[in-house]
Design a protein around this ligand. Structure first.
Ligand code: OOG
Ligand code: NI
Length: 265
């Protein structure tokens, strides 16, 4: 089961770097030849069958993951869960879903049309999680979604893929603080997400996080092409909740700001 998960993340990474040109550069700058260990990977979806959080949870549970935390984001109208695996070399997984019924009827119908193009059979295989978009919206539709929900607009352009990978700073040779990681990234020319401060969280909540602002890439909409924010890289440092045991959860107040890494700069 763990072998299948390792193969899944290798495929997911290949798909992610196609729309995240800076990911390899992050590895070069921070890794200096060492292997980078990822703390977690994040996915986005809509709360509509057959692609809701529950459906995606089944894919991870099928790979040996178990759910271990629920999160709510009232303003952004999202909810999320995180998953962990008994194999400590596998990343944790953070999956959120948009509460579609909380938005305008026009957003709802646009999203429902997008979801209706998905073959429900495809959702039964983990490769669905890097299957991208199953629809092709116009740039005008993208902008209409953006006016209500950056998350909905991002989904319309990129669909199913890793939204970000996350460097585990605890396992990063040569660095002990997130401040020093951030300083190195800025020196190398990366733009960090400053929403809620460069560092979100603290040792008191057992988790500190920072992230780059998403790369901008050209996306082919059905009427024209446009450069828009794609995916980003996150950095996480975890603290012990008891001797030798690092916190494995997430912090909703910090996650709320990490979501903004796909905002336009
Ligand atoms: C997820 C944002 C939350 C974290 O580590 O708190 C998150 C997203 O942007 O889809 O990844
Ligand atoms: Ni994250």
């Amino acid at each position: 089961m763990s072998e299948q998960a390792h193969a899944f993340f290798a495929q997911l990474w290949q798909d992610y770097i196609r729309r995240t040109p800076s990911a390899d550069k992050v590895h070069q700058v921070l890794g200096q030849g060492h292997v980078i260990i990822n703390d977690h990977v994040a996915f986005r979806t809509f709360n509509i069958a057959p692609v809701n959080l529950e459906a995606l949870s089944k894919l991870f549970e099928g790979m040996g993951y178990f759910a271990n935390g629920d999160y709510h984001f009232e303003q952004k109208k999202l909810r999320a869960k995180h998953f962990e695996h008994a194999d400590p070399t596998l990343p944790k997984v953070f999956v959120s879903e948009l509460l579609v019924e909380a938005f305008s009827l026009s957003l709802q119908s646009c999203v429902r049309e997008m979801v209706a193009t998905i073959d429900p059979e495809a959702v039964k295989h983990p490769s669905f999680l890097y299957s991208g978009t199953h629809w092709n919206v116009s740039f005008e539709q993208y902008q209409a979604l953006l006016a209500e929900s950056e998350y909905a607009a991002w989904m319309s352009a990129f669909g199913y893929c890793a939204n970000h990978f996350t460097v585990s700073v605890n396992e990063l040779p040569g660095y002990t603080t997130l401040e020093s990681v951030n300083a190195r990234l800025k020196e190398a020319g990366f733009t960090l997400n400053t929403s809620g401060g460069e560092i979100k969280g603290s040792p008191e909540v057992f988790l500190e996080q920072s992230s780059t602002m998403a790369d901008e890439i050209e996306v082919e909409f059905n009427d024209r092409a446009a450069r828009i924010p794609s995916c980003f890289y996150e950095f996480a440092k975890r603290y012990e909740i008891s001797e030798g045991r690092l916190y494995t959860g997430f912090v909703a107040a910090s996650a709320d700001k990490i979501f903004e890494s796909t905002n336009a700069r």
